[in-house]
Design a protein around this ligand. Structure first.
Ligand code: FMN
Length: 344
């Protein structure tokens, strides 16, 4: 299907956020996001993928609840039913999310058996229908995260046919994981490493669809790389490197968003988590649900190993609270504040 650019010419280039941290199951939960917000206020954050069925039938507050500090925040949904997805879009808006994003990139068997995720790249009309249904009921931007291809549908033209069709339904923001996915034979983890990265396809997509907001994703590990990509595309999404090196983002509010702020110190980030942790921990909630996301704060720094060991060994104890975090701070990162709080 081909869509004339005149269909889209009414809209100028969408202005959006140049940096985001990728949706990651079991990682980008509300506690990791709150922790990241102590490092960067401006970067767009995503939830983990939540299925449309879970949103509709599950414990919504548990699945969708977030702290206002986590904004700007996008809810990523997985699903293929336009009516259900529309319902989710309305719910996302009611909850206060800033964007709703459809997952068209996950290759797991479970997701394929539900006919969503990456296998939807073979059904662009269905994705377009879903986007149109969502846009009809919400003012939130509806965005799509996808791959450059799946299986043997991996020519550049296959991707542009997908993007054209989905754009014709009104989607303006595409986040492209710059490698294809093999739906059979590779695990989700292998599908994040084995198929080669093809950044040029994403650059070309931006050239061919200048009116769309094109975000690149996959294998980006430094801010220098992010800056280079931003010469060619509108935004950069970083996943694993953000989890493994969260402090990578310490300078971005100043350097990518022009904010008049100085980067925080790691110690300040840890200390800023103290009141949050104190609010959450209790008989039903162990510290390690939050602290597991903080283990990499000192990655690459002296004392990192001791920080991780102290937290890992103590955070699962019943009754463990913020004092564990403060006691884990490397000597070089202790302040009068943390020493005072640590004192019995
Ligand atoms: C543990 C893990 C879980 C992921 N879960 C999701 C997910 O829920 N939704 C999604 O669209 N992508 C998911 N991804 C893929 C990432 O969003 C991203 O596309 C991928 O990791 C490539 O980016 P990176 O090289 O910067 O990590 C996940 C990746 C990892 C490592």
């Amino acid at each position: 299907m081909s869509v004339s650019f005149s269909d889209l010419s009414g809209s100028s280039v969408v202005t959006g956020n140049p940096l985001s941290i990728a949706p990651m199951m079991d990682r980008t939960d509300r506690h990791f996001r709150y922790f990241l917000r102590q490092i960067t206020r401006c970067t767009l954050l995503y939830t983990e993928m939540v299925t449309s069925a879970a949103i509709i039938h599950g414990d919504r507050d548990h699945l969708l609840g977030f702290s206002p500090e986590e904004k700007p925040l996008s809810l990523q949904v997985g699903g293929d039913d336009p009516a259900q997805l529309a319902q989710c879009a309305r719910i996302a808006e009611d909850f206060g999310y800033d964007e709703i994003n459809l997952n068209v990139g996950c290759p797991s068997d479970r997701v394929q058996s539900g006919n969503f995720g990456a296998c939807l790249m073979a059904q662009p009309e269905r994705v377009a229908e879903a986007v149109a249904a969502m846009q009809a009921v919400t003012r939130l931007p509806v965005t799509v995260k996808h791959r450059i291809g799946i299986d043997d549908r991996d020519r550049y033209e296959d991707m542009t046919a997908f993007v054209e069709t989905v754009a014709s339904a009104g989607c303006r923001h595409f986040t492209v994981h710059a490698r294809k996915a093999w739906l059979q034979g590779l695990s989700p983890k292998e599908n994040r490493d084995v198929p080669p990265l093809r950044y040029d396809d994403v650059y070309r997509l931006k050239q061919d669809f200048p009116h769309l907001f094109i975000e690149i994703n996959g294998g980006i590990t430094t801010l220098e790389q992010a800056r280079d990509h931003l010469q060619r595309v509108d935004a950069v999404m970083i996943g694993r490197a953000a989890y493994d090196h969260p402090f990578l983002f310490a300078t971005v509010d100043r350097d990518f968003y022009g904010q008049a702020v100085e980067p925080p110190t790691r110690q300040a980030v840890a200390e800023a988590m103290v009141p949050y942790i104190a609010r959450w921990v209790g008989p039903q909630f162990k510290l390690n649900r939050i602290s597991r996301h903080m283990l990499q704060l000192f990655n690459g720094q002296p004392g990192s190993r001791a920080w991780k060991r102290h937290i890992t060994e103590n955070a699962c104890r019943v009754g463990a609270g913020p004092e564990v975090i403060l006691a884990a701070l490397p000597e070089t990162a202790r302040s009068p504040f943390s020493l005072a709080l640590e004192a019995p």
